[in-house]
Write a protein that binds this ligand. Structure first.
Ligand code: GLA
Length: 390
């Protein structure tokens, strides 16, 4: 609340009051517990919204101008709603412009706005700071313009913004959970039907801990797009071989995979194996969580990491190190990389009694080997995007 008052003070210093609708909004980052690189294969995912978030304040304007100030980077941009094109210089602004572009394309009329925002989600860490920026922009602009867009539709508009305007062919997971997450729950999403279910996550005995390797690699989006291409090749292969309809790797069973794998190029076979087995793991994870079997769930997380490392090849030495160090600690049920990979974070399931010692040991051991101190976030599940009271 105090923080919000401070943000309003900054807002009022920056902009002249237009006398029109005002509001404050937030959207969280996420950690994916399991189901990695399955969303764009029409599979299953199990992410959780986290406490780290972006807060945006805004006021409607009488014209078509959008003025935005990013408090973290002290960066500013202005753009007009009737002249939107991706910026090569201010790439961060493309998330905002993409969202308003998609809202308008979906037939909703928008007026301009003055906006400021502050984020505490680390960037390029695999915790979906981009999706949170898209979602908070969408919520801010629709609420200020007194429009009603259903949460699911809003998430899809944000995904389209990233696909069409930013140029990253991401799946639906991040925007969905940033919009639809709920405290005390993880979100089970069927990325084909786009149906979702909130699964209770009882974290009284167990804690989710995120470890940031601090490794940030460029070229993530080109490797990401390459994996999608490889999955498409595998899909086409199975569509020709199998009698039933194969629209995505989601439609291939592990038995069918085993029967035909030797006819696939070795790399493509490994990519397909990851996706097919990961889909089984997500469904098994969901059952384990529903049954309160956190030990079984932790085991599935460990298997998922192994598969991402060996078959899908999206991990890196530092993420593997964090996982190895974690699995040597007492009270650790599971550990794996989370998000697109090639750096960023791991997610760990740790018994509550062991949290402090886990944090200290991981920091010490990781620093000893890499020279970097990892950031460690002890987080509970959080609500998706919301309107803030002020
Ligand atoms: C990124 C994408 C998601 C998903 C993950 C990998 O976070 O934005 O859609 O594909 O990578 O699971």
């Amino acid at each position: 609340m105090q923080d919000l008052n401070k943000l309003w003070r900054i807002f009022n210093e920056k902009f002249t009051d237009t006398g029109l609708v005002k509001g404050a909004f937030s959207a969280p980052g996420r950690v994916n517990l399991i189901g990695e690189h399955t969303d764009y294969n029409e599979g299953f995912v199990l992410p959780m919204a986290i406490e780290k978030k972006i807060t945006m304040l805004g006021q409607l304007r009488n014209d078509l101008l959008v003025q935005v100030f990013d408090l973290g980077y002290k960066a500013e941009i202005n753009f007009s709603l009737d002249r939107l094109s991706p910026s090569k210089r201010d790439t961060w602004a493309n998330y905002l412009m993409g969202v308003v572009d998609e809202i308008q394309k979906a037939g909703y009329p928008l007026q301009g706005a003055n906006l400021i925002f502050r984020s505490n989600i680390p960037q390029k860490a695999g915790l979906s700071s981009s999706a949170a920026l898209e979602v908070v922009t969408a919520l801010t602009m629709t609420e200020l313009n007194l429009l009603k867009i259903e949460p699911v539709k809003m998430a899809r508009i944000c995904q389209q913004a990233e696909n069409n305007f930013v140029g990253v062919a991401c799946g639906i997971m991040d925007q969905y959970v940033s919009r639809l997450g709920r405290k005390g729950h993880v979100l089970f999403i069927d990325c084909r039907t786009k149906n979702y279910e909130l699964i209770p996550f009882k974290d009284s005995n167990y804690q989710i801990i995120i470890c940031d390797s601090k490794i940030r690699r460029g070229l993530i989006s080109s490797e990401y797009n390459k994996r999608q291409e490889e999955c498409k090749r595998a899909t086409i292969f199975f569509a020709h071989r199998l009698r039933h309809k194969v629209q995505a790797l989601r439609d291939v069973t592990i038995e069918e995979f085993k029967q035909y794998q030797e006819h696939l190029p070795e790399t493509i076979a490994r990519r397909a194996r990851h996706v097919i087995l990961e889909n089984y793991r997500v469904q098994a994870s969901r059952k384990s969580l529903e049954a309160g079997d956190y030990i079984a769930f932790g085991q599935l997380m460990i298997e998922s990491h192994q598969s991402l490392k060996v078959d899908y090849e999206v991990s890196c030495q530092e993420l593997d190190l964090l996982v190895d160090l974690a699995l040597k600690q007492e009270g650790v049920l599971g550990a794996r990389m989370t998000g697109a990979g090639f750096g960023g974070c791991t997610v760990n399931l740790v018994k509550r009694d062991n949290v402090n010692i886990f944090k200290k040991t991981i920091q010490k051991e990781y620093e000893k080997i890499t020279g970097n101190i990892p950031d460690i976030y002890i987080t509970t599940s959080a609500d998706g995007a919301k309107v803030l009271k002020f």
